[in-house]
Design a protein around this ligand. Structure first.
Ligand code: PEP
Ligand code: MG
Length: 537
């Protein structure tokens, strides 16, 4: 038997796999700006590179299917825009080579698009296209070229959406040196049931062809490990036809609402309204919003629908809200803090939601994101209650409001904990920074104890409490949340059924015992292993 080497990281998924390492290297750096040696050759080579990238995108779209196919189609339109090509030609005539001329044209084009409300794609997409065209011209390979056969364990620093769209059916496991529990790689692997270990810094040591065990339940990758070495997978056998707490779905679009309706979700626990507007350059009117919200409310799974007013700012820029540059946007004017400059838009959302509530006949709850003080909570609740017949609440995403739950008595009907942001602010760890994944795992005892305090204070104050961050999409962690006293969890649609199954596999008393083990732990590793061991028995 070969020597076993154990590499630790953060596991994603409940089953393990053994396969062969396939390393995906970061591509070479793109060349810098340069003048042309022969300007007459530049426009034809640029045209050729654009055509070639367009066919790559078409193939990627076909491979990915569904919503990703539409994204790639929209990208191709942008890529083949003649106005963009003419801008590049003008730069070529000033002596630049094709790659530089195109990169400069994209920068200029991005600025032009900035003023045009009808363009849907964001400047970031354009820059990605620019990178692809430049790489094509420099002969640098950006596509992953993954084999379609075998049992591959992909190993890389991290994977972008364009990368994960290229995963073939031979990809059976994923290991990344960076990335955290809420990174794109984790979300995709969880939804496709691909066992993964992220934040596994020592994975650099792995070599192509090495046989490894990816053991997410054990938070480890074992070089030379066999299936029999894997931490036993959790098998949740339902003992009841109903989960011990309500399991709702997180949505952002009409398509999400439709997908959620095909699950056993009990309503919607988080409707992220800003996702409708990331590409909009003018604010939608009340009539437009009412129409859009009515369709989404009508399509959503039966049960209450918790709608969040716009959470723009930081990682979610919304152009029509013109928020200006901030040095530290995650700590800046985001979420409900926009009320100062953009009260009329938030009011217009509530007015539209009330009209959509009446039109659809659905039960609508509304909540505000990024609340830091009791005064903010009270101002939001007053405004919302004056506008519509909603249940009214707030998100708990800041440590400051987490400490004040008791004082929300009589003010809010409910609180919904956003563990993605609560972890970010509790640990002072940027949720977008792939190097900080180990601080952002929900198994960190400081988060678990904070969640326990929130649930207890809410119960005493007669406020209903739930969790809608990514942590609720982990079935074992969802059990901890129920045991801590949360009354509902809201998961991404792909996880709703498996989370429901887990929450139907035990009674509340057992969930409380399990949560107590997590509350007693002093490290993320010991919290997770204690809980998994208890659930395995
Ligand atoms: C959260 O912070 O956990 C949350 C659900 O909000 P978002 O991820 O949209 O910031
Ligand atoms: Mg949040």
């Amino acid at each position: 038997m070969p020597d076993q080497i154990v590499l630790t990281g953060l596991g994603v998924g409940l089953s393990s796999v053994v396969g062969q390492v396939f390393k995906v290297a970061a591509h070479a750096a793109l060349p810098g700006r340069a003048k042309s040696k022969d300007v007459n050759l530049e426009a034809p080579s640029l045209r050729e590179a654009i055509d070639s990238v367009a066919s790559d995108l078409a193939a990627l779209g076909q491979q990915a299917g569904g919503a990703s196919a539409e994204i790639f189609e929209a990208l191709t339109y942008l890529l083949e825009d003649e106005e963009l090509f003419e801008l590049a030609e003008a730069n070529i005539s000033e002596g630049w080579n094709a790659a530089s001329a195109y990169a400069m044209a994209v920068d200029e084009f991005g600025e032009l698009l900035g003023g045009d409300p009808t363009f849907a794609e964001r400047v970031a997409d354009l820059q990605d296209l620019s990178k692809r065209v430049q790489a094509k011209l420099a002969g640098i390979e950006l596509s992953l070229n993954l084999p379609t056969e075998g049992t591959l364990i992909l190993v890389s620093e991290d994977f972008s959406p364009a990368d994960t769209a290229q995963f073939t059916s031979a990809v059976k496991g994923v290991v990344t040196t960076k990335g955290g529990p809420t990174s794109h790689t984790s979300i995709i692997c969880r939804s496709r049931n691909i066992p993964a270990v992220v934040s596994c810094s020592e994975a650099e040591k792995l070599q192509d062809g090495d046989s490894v065990l990816v053991d997410p339940v054990g938070d480890r990758v074992v070089l030379g490990g066999a299936v029999s070495d894997a931490t036993p997978a959790l098998d949740f056998v339902a003992i009841s036809d109903k989960p011990i707490v309500a399991v709702r779905a997180n949505i952002g679009t009409l398509e999400d609402a439709q997908t959620a309706a095909s699950t056993i979700a009990d309503g919607v626990g988080l409707f992220r309204t800003e996702l409708l507007y990331l590409n909009e350059r003018t604010a939608p009117s009340i009539a437009q919003q009412t129409e859009q919200y009515s369709k989404i409310l009508s399509a959503a799974p039966s049960g209450p629908i918790v709608v969040r007013t716009i959470d723009a700012g930081s990682d979610k820029p919304v152009a029509f809200l013109d928020m200006g540059e901030e040095d530290n946007p995650a700590l800046g004017v985001r979420g409900y803090r926009l009320i100062v400059e953009h009260r009329s838009f938030i009011e217009s959302q509530l007015i539209s939601l009330e009209a959509a509530r009446v039109a659809s006949g659905r039960e609508v709850w509304v909540m505000a994101p990024m609340i830091s003080t009791v005064q903010e909570a009270s101002d939001f609740c007053k405004m919302a209650r004056e506008i519509g017949k909603f249940n009214v609440g707030i998100m708990v995403e800041t440590p400051s409001i987490a400490a004040m739950i008791a004082d929300l008595k009589g003010i809010v009907d409910f609180v919904s904990v956003g563990t993605n942001d609560l972890s970010q602010y509790l640990f002072a760890a940027d949720r977008m920074n792939p190097a900080l994944g180990t601080l952002l795992t929900p198994w960190q005892p400081a988060l678990i104890r904070t969640l326990g305090n929130i649930a207890e204070a809410a119960k005493t104050a007669g406020i209903s409490a739930g969790v809608c961050g990514e942590s609720a999409s982990d079935p074992a962690f969802a059990i901890v949340l129920a045991g801590l006293g949360m009354g509902s969890v809201s998961a991404s649609p792909s996880q709703v059924n498996v989370v429901s199954q887990a929450l139907s596999s035990l009674d509340l008393e057992k969930a409380r015992q399990v949560a107590n083990l997590a509350l007693g732990a002093s490290s993320a590793e010991s919290a997770k292993s204690a809980v998994l061991a208890a659930l395995a028995n």
